[in-house]
Design a protein around this ligand. Structure first.
Ligand code: M6R
Length: 607
């Protein structure tokens, strides 16, 4: 889950790489480093900690060269210290790597038996030494030979001190994108890292190797053996989308971008006036007609979006639907049947478990659909079809605008599938989807609770535990609220289906336990009200969220916040927003690193 980058061109590689690394820092921030070709030598500068520390070190170094590689690390093998930081060098070879080499211990033993000494605990140094062993003056050939012996997932960028104008990149199961500029070439783990320099990109596929020299780039497939012709694709994201724009944190900016992101996603996929969809190409639309079952697979926040959508598929598509966590799904022995549509929801489009699940379903002959935010990401490319969320780059590790835009796509899909199955008509769709157009405005209104929620955060920031309760469509929102709080503020928080409280968690409740309750006036409202009574009877502190026109919780709860009244089936869009804001303020007030919480990375590209 590291971020890697490479540059070859007329600019100062040091500056380009630092800028790109800052954009990749969300992928890991245990250590950072660069290797720059300067005066016939490759100079490596690396350090434990964040890129800011590396930047300080680099100020003292006069590295002028136009060829270099860089790395920001999320530690897998070996502690996060200076020695284990990338780039790694072995003989003339210097590399950066993202992924995990599963057979590194065997390879290391074998290389040690040949007299090679290792200085670090990393699997990456083993790769550097393997390439070095194969090296006979041609970096490209050495990389291609070395990767044949590697097992696991890896994206590698390599330099050789003996070949000053050459950079080689290889990809297997870890993302890598080639950027094409004016007589300059870039590689990076994702597209936003390249946006300040170029919008022309070529995502590398598994088994592809890119050779970049001052004369141009070449791409080879089949493990680097067969030359391929691949033209760059134009990506319309602007670099400004990946900047903070005056907000203190990316997460805060991304929470506030939701009205725009949701509105853009709706209008790109659906026309509320006539109920027409722009979800798929014609050939996919044809096959989707025969779908008999839907499987939704994802991780983390994206999984919560799937859980919400189950209620929509039940109601509007009348089709059997399951939602699975990808890391569990991939180890089940599933008996797939005829007509299965498997939907893989992933902001990054690179999550290793979700990708593995996609490959299992493809192998089983299922129809596959990706719901992704990052264009041209692996899941987007490997699924039979993809629907993009138009959230724009999401940089904060805590996912926010990706979630609400995923909800848009899944809601529209549930209507679409219902229509193809003859469960609902075009006229029904116009009617059911009509309230969707108000959602951006409702989110905007929910955002106005910002100051009040900051006050609430101030009161509760010292608490050690939280319980989040929701029911029906807002049960997954309770899970999501708890996930947001724990991942950025390090406060233990549990999301629970309110009806399950009596089956265990009620034992936790006392005057020290804040309980966040989601109580829109929907079909389970009366039940949730009873749950509130049960918490209050045990002296729990209740923080409730309810519809603006519902004043009856006032005397029953310690705190009540009012939200715009959305149509019952659309309440998750609105109720998630204050939970995001609350988590954000708690973390910011506690002085936590909101955008880069400890131990986490934005894209989990290892299992
Ligand atoms: O990129 P993906 O949507 O596949 O990522 C899935 C999870 O890793 C992600 O949602 C994670 O749970 C976030 N940190 C939650 O805020």
């Amino acid at each position: 889950m590291c971020g890697i980058v490479g540059y070859l061109g007329p600019k100062k590689a040091k500056e380009v790489i630092l800028e790109a690394l800052k954009r990749l820092e969300y992928r890991g921030y245990d250590s950072a480093g660069v290797a720059i070709f300067t005066d016939g030598r490759i100079e490596v500068v690396k350090t434990k900690g964040k890129i800011a520390r590396l930047e300080e070190l680099l100020k003292e170094r006069d590295l002028e060269g136009g060829l270099g590689i860089g790395h920001t690390r999320w530690a897998t093998h070996g502690k996060p210290n200076d020695i284990n930081a990338h780039p790694h060098r072995c003989g003339p070879i210097v590399i950066v790597h993202n992924g995990i080499i599963e057979n590194y211990a065997e390879l290391r033993r074998s290389l040690e038996s040949e007299g090679i000494d290792f200085y670090s605990e990393t699997d990456t140094e083993v790769v550097a030494c393997l390439i070095s062993k194969k090296y006979r003056g041609n970096l490209f050939e050495a990389v291609v030979e070395a990767v044949e012996e590697l097992e696991g997932s890896y994206a590698i960028v390599a330099l050789s001190e003996k070949e000053p104008g050459v950079m080689v990149a290889y990809r297997k199961d870890s993302p890598l994108v080639l950027g094409v500029g004016e007589e300059e070439y870039f590689v990076a783990s994702d597209i936003p890292a390249l946006l300040p320099y170029t919008n022309r990109v070529i995502p590398l596929e598994d088994g592809e190797c890119a050779l970049m020299t001052e004369r141009g780039y070449e791409i080879y497939q089949g493990g680097g053996r067969v030359k391929a012709k691949k033209e760059p694709k134009f990506i319309s994201w602007s670099p400004a989308l990946a900047e903070k724009a005056g907000y203190k944190h990316f997460m805060q900016k991304e929470i506030f971008e939701q009205p725009r992101a949701v509105a853009d996603t709706i209008s790109s996929l659906f026309s509320p006036d006539d109920g027409s969809f722009g979800l798929f190409e014609e050939d996919f639309a044809q096959v989707i007609k025969d779908v008999k079952r839907i499987r939704l697979v994802a991780c983390g926040t994206s999984y919560h979006a799937c859980l919400v959508s189950r209620y929509w598929f039940d109601r509007f598509s009348k089709i059997p639907v399951e939602a699975d966590i990808a890391s569990e799904f991939r180890y089940r022995d599933i008996s797939f049947g005829e007509g299965e549509l498997c939907i893989f929801v992933s902001q990054s489009g690179e999550t290793a478990d979700t990708l593995a699940a996609l490959r299992i379903c493809k192998e089983a002959g299922c129809l596959t659909l990706g719901v992704c935010n990052v264009m041209e990401s692996t899941i987007a490319r490997e699924a039979d079809s993809v629907v993009y969320t138009l959230a724009g780059p999401e940089i904060g590790v805590a996912s926010t605008k990706a979630f609400t835009t995923q909800l848009v796509v899944l809601f529209l899909l549930s209507l679409y599938v219902g229509m193809t199955r003859g469960v609902i008509t075009k006229e029904d769709i116009v009617q059911i989807a009509e309230p969707l157009v108000y959602i951006p405005g409702y989110i905007d209104e929910a955002l106005r609770l910002d100051e009040q929620l900051k006050e609430l955060a101030r009161k509760f920031m010292k608490k050690e535990h939280f319980l989040y309760l929701g029911r029906y469509l807002n049960y997954p929102i309770a899970l999501e609220g708890a996930l947001k709080l724990k991942e950025i503020s390090y406060i233990h928080a549990e999301g629970y289906a309110a009806g399950e409280m009596k089956h265990g968690p009620i034992a936790l409740i006392d005057e020290n336990m804040p309980v966040v309750v989601l109580a829109p006036k929907d079909k389970v409202y009366e039940k949730v009200k009873s749950n509130i009574e049960e918490v209050k009877a045990r002296s729990g502190v209740v923080i409730a969220f309810t519809d603006r026109d519902n004043r009856e919780l006032e005397g029953k709860c310690d705190y009540v916040f009012y939200l715009p009244k959305a149509k019952e089936y659309l309440t998750p869009f609105v109720y998630v927003v204050p939970l995001q804001l609350f988590a954000y303020h708690v973390a910011a007030l506690k002085g936590c690193d909101v955008d880069q919480p400890r131990n986490l990375a934005k894209a989990v590209t290892v299992e």
